[in-house]
Design a protein around this ligand. Sequence first.
Ligand code: NAD
Ligand code: UD1
Length: 333
Amino acid sequence: MNILVTGGLGFIGSHTCVELIANQHQVVIVDNLVNSKPEVLDRIEKLTGVRPRFYPVDVTDSCALEAVFATHPELDGVIHFAGLKAVGESVEKPIAYYYNNLVSTMVLVDACVTHRVNRIIFSSSATVYGDQPSPYREDMALMKTTNPYGETKAVSERILSDVAGANPTLAVTLLRYFNPVGAHPSGLLGEDPSGIPNNLMPYVSKVARGVLPILKIFGDDYPTPDGTGVRDYIHVVDLAKGHVKAVESDIQGVKVYNLGTGKGISVMEIVNAYAAVNGVEIPYEIAPRRPGDLASYYADAGKARDELGWVASLSLEDMVRDAYRFETSNSHL
Ligand code: NAD
Ligand code: UD1
């Protein structure tokens, strides 16, 4: 199939391009490089032997996006990763988040309808479930989101569903990711946030390499087995493969799938696995809970298994090993 990948040079998008190409799909990438580097294209080529067509275009720019669609009448579907994703920054700059994430979704789906590209796959997040007991199931009612980033995901889901309602030939797949971590096993692709990381795994990687002195564990008094926060961490390569399954499925209408492992892992388990698998020390201290954090959440991953034939197969050991390999591979972007 011919797939347009927005945000295709980012963390999840780049891994997905590699898996799409490995499965004989043709990829066209649009990315405005706001959170990625052009060198990622070289890495994709190095890993696959194929250099996808790349347009340094902002998806909110309807004229520029129209030109891409006009140049590629062969497109069968779109995977929409392009978006801003930092929760804290979204609280400080709500307009930037609402504008970028919502306008890009509207401009893109409008182009899909105009050009009769009838399949769109959207990067949503488990954050749309809000605060309710796990496992999260796709048929649960969504609860109030707690920050502008999360709200852009909930509203984008709604926009895409409404457009699909008005255009019955348009198939919309909403993929709700849990906590993507790890890196490509080659060490060539991974997540390299600028500045001090907010998320756990990139922070642990910096502590492991000695770039940051100590990990703060945000709370050890949660009602979880060891008192630290529990999440459903998923290897980015598994996540990327989930997109290939979603693209290849012939589902119609609006479908929602959790992409998680279905298993909760605590902060302490991550730290211990990272240290043991990589033979490194992770100095840590217990700090107060981080405002806005939930104690525990994880996916019911059964629907993606039953309907897409997808299950996450990589282990916690794979996640921490590949994260550390990327951190120490000297191939930072
Ligand atoms: P990322 O920042 O690495 O990738 C996003 C890419 O989109 C970047 O390359 C960036 O340059 C590009 N981009 C942003 N706005 C754009 C625009 N207007 N036009 C063109 N390109 C634009 O992030 P990621 O971790 O790969 O996440 C991909 C998607 O998945 C995002 O929509 C994110 O919100 C969503 N998501 C991510 C996570 C996570 O933990 N990483 C969890 C749930 C959902
Ligand atoms: C966060 C976002 C979520 C987003 C996701 C992307 C919030 C409230 N949620 O999820 O919307 O989709 O990132 O991956 O920001 N932790 C520490 N020390 C640290 C960093 C994290 O103890 O230095 C703990 C957290 O308290 C949490 C766990 O590690 O229990 C995971 O945190 P993180 O990686 O930031 O992800 P989430 O908070 O689950």
